[in-house]
Ligand binder design. Structure first.
Ligand code: PAF
Length: 280
């Protein structure tokens, strides 16, 4: 694996890669969820590029940015073992050589302002800006994102469509621990007692999905029931939303492809998860 940190070395290295190139953008602290993206990338492309960059522009709280786990050496070893061709791990100055305040931003309005966007103002502008920038730097044929960040995935799809970026976006299923908890770098913030409560979020989503499949259409009551279940499990609910999977708009009674989105605070962690549901 070649590891580069600056853009001219990156461009040179990408040019030398054979065939179709896949990009897996990450913020590092890699776990099985990221490795699943890398393995999918290998299935759909000839060469795999992984980026590791903890993007300050998408953090709404300085403490969160400082506390974000940085484990470059261990990440590098994992990617090496996966046979990744190229790692791009730039320092902040390479991505934001001047002040971030004056940096051009990419915004997908509407979709960026609800759910996680409402709880973390500016977060998705930071995400779409860095992803657009990484696409321009790497110029991949396709890029892979986890479905755990369902709202992020839709925002990136919309950005690619609106800006006519020549990158195919591929969503990859969430990887879960045995008890259902979605894998996330933020799970590291949980102590043993909190970790035992954490699967409640997924359990509430599963309950809601089962009720929808049984034919319930009282979406707002279902959302309230899920919020109650999360609170009773000892988590502090942020939001639960039942939406159309295509664009996160409120569902009508005849919509068949739905997604249940949820977020909750637990100790220092903010857990997010979602479940797609097809109504028979
Ligand atoms: O999902 C993430 O890890 C980040 O939001 C991403 C897509 C790498 C952009 O920084």
């Amino acid at each position: 694996m070649i590891a580069v940190a600056d853009v001219s070395a990156l461009r040179k290295a990408v040019k030398a890669l054979p065939g179709r190139v896949a990009l897996v953008p990450t913020m590092g602290n890699l776990h099985q969820g990221h490795l699943s993206l890398v393995r999918h990338a290998r299935d759909v492309a000839d060469s795999v590029v992984v980026s590791i960059f903890v993007n300050p522009l998408q953090f709404d709280r300085e403490e969160d940015l400082q506390a974000y786990p940085r484990t470059l050496e261990a990440d590098q070893a994992l990617l090496e073992a996966e046979g990744v061709e190229l790692l791009f791990a730039p320092p902040v100055e390479t991505i934001y050589p001047e002040s971030m305040a004056g940096h051009t931003r990419v915004e997908v309005p509407g979709l960026s302002d609800i759910f996680c966007g409402a709880s973390r103002p500016g977060h998705f502008v930071g995400v779409s800006t860095i992803v657009c920038k990484l696409f321009n730097m790497v110029q991949p044929d396709c890029a892979l994102f986890g479905k755990k960040d369902f709202q992020q995935l839709l925002i990136i799809r919309r950005m690619v469509q609106d800006l006519a970026l020549p990158v195919e976006i591929i969503g990859v299923d969430t990887v879960r621990e045995k008890d259902g908890l979605a894998m996330s770098s933020r799970n590291n913030y949980l102590d043993a007692e909190q970790r035992s409560r954490a699967p409640t979020l997924y359990a509430a989503l599963k309950n809601t999905a089962a009720a929808l499949r049984r034919g319930r259409k009282d979406f707002s009551t279902l959302e309230k029931e899920a919020l109650r279940m999360i609170a009773e499990g000892g988590l502090k609910p942020d939001y639960i939303g039942i939406r159309r999977a295509e664009d996160l708009s409120p569902p009508g009674k005849d919509d068949a492809s739905l997604v249940i989105l949820g977020a909750a605070y637990l100790g220092l962690a903010r857990l997010i998860d979602n479940l797609e549901v097809e109504i028979p």
